[in-house]
Design a protein around this ligand. Structure first.
Ligand code: NAG
Ligand code: NAG
Ligand code: NAG
Ligand code: NAG
Ligand code: NAG
Ligand code: NAG
Length: 928
């Protein structure tokens, strides 16, 4: 499962953005014609100017600005006269290159209908569709396979169209034509239509749906109904009617219930329907929408039926709906003059003949009817695009050198078999976008300066620009991961920038400059084409500045290159395959860890899965290095989730991951060091230091804010699952920081999720989770309640003396016994604010309600804690006597607690969603 996190910097910002978006959308809805945002491209148009289509009134543009390469063609004269629209007359064909792409501007995350139209028209005079041989080519939507266009045995004048509903992955959507070796790909028109976000809730960034068929039934003359009848310019085909079928129609408007905006079917389309002739007694409408040129067997279909009763009287019409013999919906009765759309939520079906059956039920007096139907099939969008930054840098390089390489089209690395020639990409991290590690543009006729874009590519390790005509100086740029830079045999002049020289001298860069004017002045090894022994180079370079730092460097180098010749590779190589890290973090080697931790000298704790060491980074920053030693590496299941989660979340109350080490020798996480240890140590440690009331509340608020961020600001929400005092760390200013994300999980719907993986720590476990394995954000709220009680009482979550008590029960017991002040940590020496005590205890007890539905959200917890803090901060610490007899508020609290103790847990509803959720549900959208 690929989970992509998006965490908003803060709730407030999210709200403001949402508001702004709403405003913008309102402006759009009210201020613009329905066709706004349409992109209509007439491919191969010779005229370089746009025109308005006579039938739709839509403006069509020439395709020059959206594509590179290809040839403009015109259908043959004999078909020209019968062409039904202007777009059919011209096309662009792509005899060269295995993949050619159109790139259309879009809004990231928005839903679109994208349609590609093909009319062969015998443009090449070769009768390709009718010569008996297969004629087909492929279509990609972005970097994923969409569909094959199979034109075998199709009449040359036929217009074939392919439609996909997809979410824009970035600010552009690309469509690529792929040559299968069975005919030259071509395209006649390309259309992009924005949809509402609420429409067709079956597709998202990882799943698109492609149109299989879309029919409107009834006596309709137009072969295709589209814009302006349909605001979204869907193509509705008509369906020829013959006995025993019968068409009926109405002039009454067919309404869509307000708020139902899943399909927005125009009333006109629903005003016609197909039913059975009265003479026919079978009561069956049996039909197939299969096409011989589409191999339906391998497809997963999603049918959507649109019904409306359009008979004037008050008819009794009930029927069952089957797909390939399977009953989908039973005893359905359409509503009068109102759209009912039936679909199974996100469930895709196997139906090799795309056949459907509507069958009258026993009690029905009228035969079935149908007004419209759509069938889609599943298109998986699993393949990842190349890292966006790398893509942009490569585009800059392409423009900089005016490169027109035939296969430099579409995404540089993805899909793998179409990656750009001369690039090597790293696909090893399965959840991570591929990155470019090597660029070979040797002898490519490059002219001009060295493109700085190369220097910006963070993953680039090997750059070969030898044997070109590069001129000028080498730009002074901080290099990222470049290990080999071959600039030999160009026209480059000096000086060589420090950034490069230093890396070279440290042995981190293999630089080649021979055959450049710069080498007439400098005579270093990089100017010699007889490569000297690498070791020697390095030893010379390191011997000169005899300082400690360079000795350390030497140590590293010798380790890496002499003995470790492979060791560095080994250090990185293993686990690459299993690695599913999607992170942008520093990666440490074992050797570096050893240096940082001073040979693992100082142990500062034992974490979730190993030992935690103290360390110092090169820049002096103190870090905690959490190491999983070799023996347990294989069993490690916590490591990847923790790195992935931590690298995406950034909040002042969540621990910051500085880097990680993952290879054969070590598995480790490097965090900011928290000098005050964890909350458990501070609460229950020795008596030498005790937190005061105000500090305690501040720490509680810190932890609550960290959790609130995970729950509310991350999409999908993250459930920590192991909130406890040892996982709340404290920095030197006693700011509470949440750590240990080893068990955390992200959920699209964090309010209900079934998990069978045991989670959490004894004493902190949500009883509801325990009973139902239903994991929600409220699971963390429960654990946080226990933490809050610990903060107040100084007691552990489970008390052993004099008898075993769960902390919440101990608190209830004490309060029931008479005095709320008895629960307060004795180390506070009665220095606390009595009124805030009551509120905090109330809040904590609220968090540990048995039924999750009764617990507050983390956002509510935060706001309640915030309300308490100003009271405390004002410094009015009353010294309330624990001997004072019961005051009115004690009575109040006891009453409330009686309530909660007897509270019965409310089962929350849970249902699964997702395209393969496997559960089908009848969803009559009109909600009759
Ligand atoms: C064009 O249309 C006319 C009239 O419908 C028809 O007779 C003719 O055969 C068509 N031409 C082609 C090439 O299909
Ligand atoms: C294409 O088909 C037409 C009619 O079917 C025929 O007249 C013509 O010779 C064919 N052309 C080629 C190149 O086969
Ligand atoms: C179809 O509609 C046309 C008018 O648009 C009408 O003349 C014709 O009789 C109708 N056919 C049927 C079968 O209802
Ligand atoms: C609508 O239905 C009536 C009969 O009810 C028929 O006479 C008429 O031709 C139909 N119109 C269309 C456009 O089908
Ligand atoms: C393409 O269409 C032809 C003609 O209907 C069919 O025989 C063939 O199997 C199809 N090819 C593919 C790959 O679907
Ligand atoms: C994804 O990429 C792989 C390798 O590049 C390719 O084989 C596969 O067909 C692609 N999948 C899709 C759905 O395009």
């Amino acid at each position: 499962m690929v989970i992509n996190f998006i965490c908003w910097p803060s709730i407030k910002l999210a709200w403001i953005l949402a508001l702004l978006l709403n405003l913008l959308m309102m402006i759009q809805v009210h201020g613009q014609p329905p066709s706004s945002g349409f992109i209509s491209i007439d491919c191969g148009l010779r005229n370089s100017s746009s025109y308005n289509d006579s039938a739709t009134g839509l403006r069509f543009d020439p395709d020059g600005g959206f594509v590179e390469g290809g040839m403009r063609k015109q259908i043959s004269q004999e078909f020209m006269a019968n062409a039904t629209n202007e777009q059919q007359k011209t096309l662009r064909s792509f005899p060269n290159g295995s993949r050619n792409c159109y790139t259309l501007p879009s809004t990231i995350g928005k839903k679109y209908l994208l349609r590609a139209i093909f009319t062969y028209g015998n443009y090449d005079g070769l009768n390709k569709t009718l010569d008996g041989s297969p004629f087909l080519f492929g279509l990609h939507i972005g970097v994923n396979f969409w569909e094959a266009v199979n034109l075998t045995s199709i009449k040359p004048s036929t217009m074939v169209w392919k439609e996909v509903l997809t979410v824009a992955p970035s600010n552009s959507v690309s469509v690529c034509l792929v040559n299968f070796g069975s005919g030259i790909p071509f395209i006649s028109a390309l259309e992009l239509r924005p949809l509402e976000d609420t429409m067709y809730p079956f597709f998202n960034t990882s799943v698109s749906i492609s149109l299989y068929s879309r029919y409107r039934l009834g006596n309709v003359t137009d072969l295709i109904t589209r814009y302006p009848t349909d605001n979204y310019d869907r193509f509705w085909q008509n369906h020829a009617t013959e006995y025993p079928w019968m068409d009926i129609n109405t002039t009454n408007k067919v309404e869509t219930l307000p708020g139902n905006n899943l399909f927005n079917i125009p009333s006109v389309i629903m005003q016609d329907a197909l039913t059975l002739h009265d003479m026919n007694k079978s009561g069956l409408i049996d039909y197939s929408t299969a096409h011989p040129n589409i191999d339906t067997k391998s497809l997963q279909l999603l049918p959507i039926f649109h019904f409306a009763e359009i008979n004037g009287s008050n008819p009794n019409r009930r029927f069952d709906i089957y797909s390939a013999g399977e009953l989908l919906f039973s005893d359905f009765s359409p509503s009068r003059f109102q759209v009912d759309s039936l679909y199974q939520n996100g469930r895709f079906l196997h139906n090799p003949n795309a056949s459907f059956l509507l069958k009258k039920t026993g009690t029905s007096t009228l035969p079935p009817l149908i007004n419209a139907q759509e069938v889609y099939f599943l298109v998986r969008m699993d393949n990842l695009t190349t890292d966006t930054k790398d893509v942009n840098y490569m585009k800059e390089v392409k423009n900089h050198y005016n490169l027109t390489r035939i296969n430099w089209k579409g995404d540089p690395c993805s899909p793998r078999e179409y990656s750009w020639e001369g690039l090597t990409c790293d696909y090893s991290k399965s959840n991570q976008n591929p990155t470019i590690v090597s660029v070979n543009l040797s002898a490519s006729g490059l002219k001009g300066g060295l493109a700085v874009s190369f220097m910006n590519m963070v993953s680039l390790e090997n750059l070969d620009l030898s044997h070109n005509n590069l001129t000028g100086a080498i730009p002074d740029y901080r290099l990222n991961s470049l290990k080999i830079l071959n600039l030999s045999n160009n026209q480059l002049v000096g000086p060589i920038p420090d950034s490069i020289l230093r890396r070279f001298q440290a042995g981190l860069l293999d630089l080649r400059l021979e055959g450049n004017p710069v080498c007439s002045k400098f005579k270093d090894t990089y100017c010699s084409n007889k490569r000297k022994n690498t070791i020697q180079t390095m030893v010379i370079a390191v011997m000169v500045p005899v300082v400690l730092v360079s000795l350390l460097v030497l140590m590293c180098i010798i380790r890496k290159f002499c003995w470790g010749g492979k060791s560095d590779h080994e250090d990185y190589a293993m686990y690459e395959e299993e690695t599913s890290l999607h992170v942008d973090l520093r990666r440490f080697t074992y050797v570096e860890l050893k240096l940082i931790t001073n040979d693992f000298q100082s142990i500062i704790g034992k974490g979730g899965f190993g030992i935690v060491y103290h360390g110092n980074l090169e820049n002096g920053d103190e870090v905690a290095v959490k190491v999983l030693m070799e023996t347990s590496i294989a069993e490690s299941t916590d490591f990847l989730p923790e790195v992935e989660t931590l690298s995406k979340v950034h909040h002042k109350n969540l621990v910051t991951l500085k880097g990680y080490c993952q290879n054969k020798k070590c598995l480790a996480l490097i965090y900011d060091f928290m000098s005050r240890g964890n909350l458990q140590q501070l609460i229950r440690g020795g008596d030498d230091y005790s937190l005061n009331w105000q500090q305690r509340l501040h720490i509680a608020l810190d932890a609550a804010q960290g959790l609130e961020y995970l729950h509310e600001s991350c999409t999908p929400s993250i459930v920590h699952r192991d909130v406890k005092t040892p996982n709340i760390l404290l920095d030197k200013n006693l700011v509470g920081i949440i750590s240990d994300f080893g068990l955390s999980r992200a959920f699209n719907d964090a309010h209900t999720h079934i998990s069978t993986v045991a989670a959490g720590t004894l004493g902190y476990l949500d009883p509801e989770y325990h009973a139902t394995f239903q994991l929600t954000v409220k699971t963390d709220v429960y654990s946080f309640g226990i933490v809050l009680l610990e903060i107040i009482t100084g007691q552990p979550p489970v008390l052993m003396e004099p008898q075993t008590f769960h902390l919440p029960n101990w608190v209830r017991h004490k309060i029931a016994m008479g005095n709320i002040h008895d629960i307060v940590d004795k180390r506070l020496l009665d220095q606390y604010d009595a009124s805030s005590l009551q509120s905090v205890v109330e809040l904590a007890m609220n968090c540990v309600e048995n039924a999750s539905i009764d617990r507050p959200t983390m956002a509510e917890v935060v706001s309640r804690l915030k309300e308490l803090l100003p009271v405390v901060s004002s410094g009015k610490l009353s010294s309330s006597a624990s001997t004072s007899s019961m005051n009115p508020m004690d009575a109040e609290i006891r009453r409330q607690f009686q309530f909660t103790i007897s509270g019965v847990s409310n089962e929350e509803n849970s249902f699964r969603s997702g395209y393969n959720g496997g559960m089908s549900a009848l969803i009559p959208l009109s909600g009759r």
